[in-house]
Ligand binder design. Structure first.
Ligand code: KG4
Ligand code: ZN
Length: 332
């Protein structure tokens, strides 16, 4: 079964063709980051307009690269939420029209479930059950995933998402948007233990996160110290990143232990951070826990993960009608 996946929840217009939920025939991502970085973050109205311009060429390219014709597509899957309403509407409306015109099934995919499915697109994916962290610009959620559609939310951030903290600290350091990649690169050059930023772990048995205190602590440090050189900025980046990674690592290993589960997957934009993957893998291996992280191009927003999740939904008969709408916030 061939599924066309479409993603437009934030600042990437993406389309992908995936066979039987696992084999990626094509995956095209048109990023708007060069436009939004001028404003220090995503401008929703601009994002919607750019999705409108990109959606048809991106789908065309995905179909062409896959080496198929439109008639080969058996179903469509598009992100229904959470995300920016105007941005979601572009991809979801396109998908509705496409499915109606070709008389094929339509799945309205939850973006967070799709990030978990990016783990199932790996060459050697985790088997069920596993612990999954979805860690992006908007979310830091831990799930116990016990089956293809069984996601138990164990904890989430109470304020900023981890990716948001990277972006805000990058802004404080005048390093631009998005913050994650530049902070990761700078951090490699300095000792992470040099500045002791706080590790907020909240209650002992909680799997929730809080990153706003860490961000304020970096702001206070900048206020109290005269930071001018790139060297100083790299030092702060390294110590900040270490604090985020320590908290994520600690909570994830604890979650795996509590659920007696020896498989741990991470996905979402922050999972592209290979320093995080390396540290988590090292500490997890000491507890006999195996870590799964998709390749970088599947960590951030993409449509292959939407198609993969949509494939299961279509198989389960969980379809969308033309009167279904997008949603901005959700919980799974
Ligand atoms: O999943 P994603 O592409 O979009 C959302 O659904 O939010 O995640 C984007 C987030 C941004 O906050 C970005 O700074 C962060 O992922 N990010 C990283 C890295 N690459 C992207 N954070 C840390 N290290 C990275 N290498
Ligand atoms: Zn995402």
């Amino acid at each position: 079964m061939i599924i066309l996946g479409i993603e437009s929840s934030c600042d990437e217009t993406a389309a992908a063709v995936v066979q039987n939920g696992t084999r990626i025939l094509s995956s095209i991502i048109a990023s708007q980051v060069d436009t939004h970085c001028r404003y220090g973050g995503v401008v929703p109205e601009l994002a919607s307009r750019m999705h409108i311009e990109a959606i048809v060429p991106v789908v065309d390219e995905a179909v062409q690269k896959a080496g198929i014709t439109l008639g080969d597509i058996d179903g469509v899957a598009a992100t229904r939420g959470p995300g920016l309403i105007g941005a979601l509407l572009v991809g979801f409306s396109f998908a509705k029209a496409f499915a109606w015109a070709r008389q094929i099934p339509l799945a309205g995919v939850n973006h967070l479930e799709a990030h978990i499915y990016s783990l199932l697109l790996m060459e050697a994916p985790p088997s069920f059950p596993f612990i999954a962290l979805v860690v992006s610009g908007g979310h830091t959620n831990i799930y116990h995933v016990t089956g293809p559609s069984a996601f138990e939310l164990m904890g989430q951030t109470r304020d900023d998402a981890a990716g948001e903290a990277f972006d805000k600290v990058s802004k404080l350091l005048d390093l631009g948007y998005p913050g994650g990649p530049v902070i990761e690169t700078l951090a490699k050059t300095k000792d992470p233990g040099h500045i002791k930023f706080p590790r907020t772990l909240l209650e002992k048995e909680s799997f929730d996160f809080s990153f706003s205190g860490l961000k304020s602590s970096v702001a206070r440090y900048l206020h109290d110290h005269k930071i001018t050189s790139p060297e100083d900025k790299a030092q702060i980046a390294s110590s900040f990143q270490a604090a985020v990674i320590d908290v994520l690592t600690c909570k994830l290993i604890h979650a795996a232990q509590v659920k007696c589960c020896n498989r741990l997957g991470i996905s979402g934009g922050v999972a592209a951070n290979r320093t995080f993957v390396t540290q988590l893998s090292l500490e997890a291996s000491r507890q006999n826990i195996q870590v799964f992280a998709p390749p970088v191009d599947l960590c951030g927003d993409n449509a292959a993960m939407i198609a993969a999740r949509g494939f299961t939904m279509i198989q389960e008969g969980r379809l969308c009608d033309l009167d279904h709408d997008v949603f901005s916030r959700t919980r799974i």
